[in-house]
Design a protein around this ligand. Sequence first.
Ligand SMILES: Nc1ncnc2c1ncn2[C@@H]1O[C@H](COP(=O)(O)OP(=O)(O)OP(=O)(O)O)[C@@H](O)[C@H]1O
Ligand SMILES: [Mg+2]
Length: 370
Amino acid sequence: MKFFDREREIDEILSILEGEPNSIYFIYGPLNSGKTALINHIINNELKKSNKKYAVFYVNFREYNISSMDNFVEALFEIDENSKEKTIKSYIESFTKSVNDIINLYYGIKVPEPILNKLFGEKEKGRLVFKFIRDLFINLNKKGVQPIFILDELQMIKDVVMNGKRPSLKSLFQFLVSLTKERHIAHVFCLSSDSLFIEYVYNVGELEGRAKYLLVDDFNKETALKFMDFLSEELLNKKLSNDEKEYIYSYVGGKPLYIYNVIDEMRYKKLKEILDLMLKEEISKLDMFLEFLEYSKPKVEIKNEVIELKKGDIISALKLFKNKYEINKKDIPMPVYIYLVKENILLLNPIEGTLKPQSFLIWNAIKKLL
Ligand SMILES: Nc1ncnc2c1ncn2[C@@H]1O[C@H](COP(=O)(O)OP(=O)(O)OP(=O)(O)O)[C@@H](O)[C@H]1O
Ligand SMILES: [Mg+2]
């Protein structure tokens, strides 16, 4: 599957990578907007245009069920089967020696099993783990190799770290700040589609002035229509009419995954059938959600306080979207929007202070049902 567009985002990230690491970058945006696809495209296709050497360490927390510190450490590392080194120092040296390509990509920080066991055995695991990674990055820098540390689906670890267990999210952030703003030894990108997590991060004192935010949103209309041209050539070997493209856009908006799915299914199904079914499914889901509100008491927790919500307030909030796609977050009481964001119905942009439905499809369902 070829990658489409995102030129502005690619240029921005490549420019960041050309410079010295100074900030932690949070890449955020709606579900399925293409955050992971973008970063993978850059690593696999764009980075080689640069004239630096890179070692990319990519960790995807979605592949793990992170419920404890041990899982977190496990997720960060990948066993290096080929090394017999027994001490951390000698391993870091031999690993650094082996990094010789222009682009070196690793899924996790490589480490031999005995050393991983040593890291696990420590009482203060977090500290030793962070020191190991830092020393590795320092050594790579000395060799002229620029480390890039990518933490995808970072929100998966929030339950462990936000419940006050170790390592706290704050100590992770302090570590990431030390890699970037303080020592300038690694570029750090954290990806997340959880807008409440991004809001939390945005307000964490430790990160003030030390983190930057890059939005990877669903495509705007113009780009979405071009993406349809690109996909129809690729998957259907034909061009779609303007009416067909407008029709698709009116149902699914600019969400790359949905546009892809629609055009892929056009190989064997009628367009109207595909779109009607997608909307029907979305309406059923929303209908079910509303029905549950009758029988269950919706609640959210804010700063350790459990707040019960009224069904009427939730419905009034959703009705605000009948004529508008995006609103100011102040138009909905905080507990209500937090609930709707948690349920993946709304998306919060904490930087702009706005709320919108997670997708056009949900927006259409809201308009039909309420
Ligand atoms: N620029 C693009 N060009 C081609 N396909 C794309 C592009 N962006 C996204 N896609 C398609 O959309 C799908 C979803 O994208 P991806 O998984 O990267 O989204 P995400 O934002 O990381 O999602 P999540 O919120 O679940 O983490 C991809 O599998 C890919 O097929
Ligand atoms: Mg992703």
